[in-house]
Design a protein. Structure first.
Length: 188
């Protein structure tokens, strides 16, 4: 017998992860199964009610957020919509909406926390807030900061890239990139 969807009273056949296609797609898109359609005008009314939000506390978007925690309306970032409503259009098409609080990934859309910034400024904010995906925070990282410091010491001692790579389980090219400062270059 084929498995049925794990959602109570659904009865459809399992598509993936114990869910039917309908519930699997809902979970993938919305991060939960309780997502309900929002009546027309709800988002706009919410923006109107909060565009002059006066508190310095984070203002959390009460509706859909993506898998990374950022507030979304369709494919649009809510923080960008709120920044435009509160501060006008971006100075250039290359400007990004930056969070002063570093909690955009927690759904913060407080207009007092938002500003237009260049990519470089926004990147600098990520470093300050510790939300940047680099070093050990990168899920694909095979080395730790401590291991990189050991690699650098051994490189300066004249050891070959290949022998170091073999010991640490990375490619020779990765060791070369560390030496050139292309990766882990921020680590002093």
């Amino acid at each position: 017998m084929m498995d049925q969807c794990s959602v109570d009273e659904c009865g459809r056949l399992v598509h993936a992860k114990g869910l039917c296609k309908r519930h699997y797609v809902r979970m993938h898109r919305h991060g939960n199964l309780n997502f309900e359609r929002v009546p027309n005008g709800t988002y706009s009314a919410w923006f109107d009610a909060h565009v002059n939000y006066a508190s310095d506390e984070c203002l959390t978007w009460p509706f859909r957020r993506d898998a990374d925690g950022y507030a979304r309306v369709g494919s649009a970032g809510v923080h960008r919509i709120m920044c435009e409503r509160a501060h006008g259009p971006p100075p250039t098409s290359k400007h990004e909406c930056a969070h002063n609080c570093g909690r955009g990934n927690e759904g913060c859309v407080n207009p007092r926390h938002l500003r237009w910034a260049t990519c470089k400024e926004n990147h600098a904010d990520k470093i300050i807030h510790g939300t940047i995906n680099r070093g050990e925070c990168n899920g694909a990282a095979k080395l730790t900061a401590q291991a990189v410091m050991i690699v650098r010491g051994r490189l300066s001692g004249g050891e070959t890239h290949t022998s170091i790579a073999n010991e640490f389980g990375v490619s020779r090219e990765a060791i070369s990139a560390i030496k050139r400062g292309e990766v882990w270059g921020w680590l002093k």
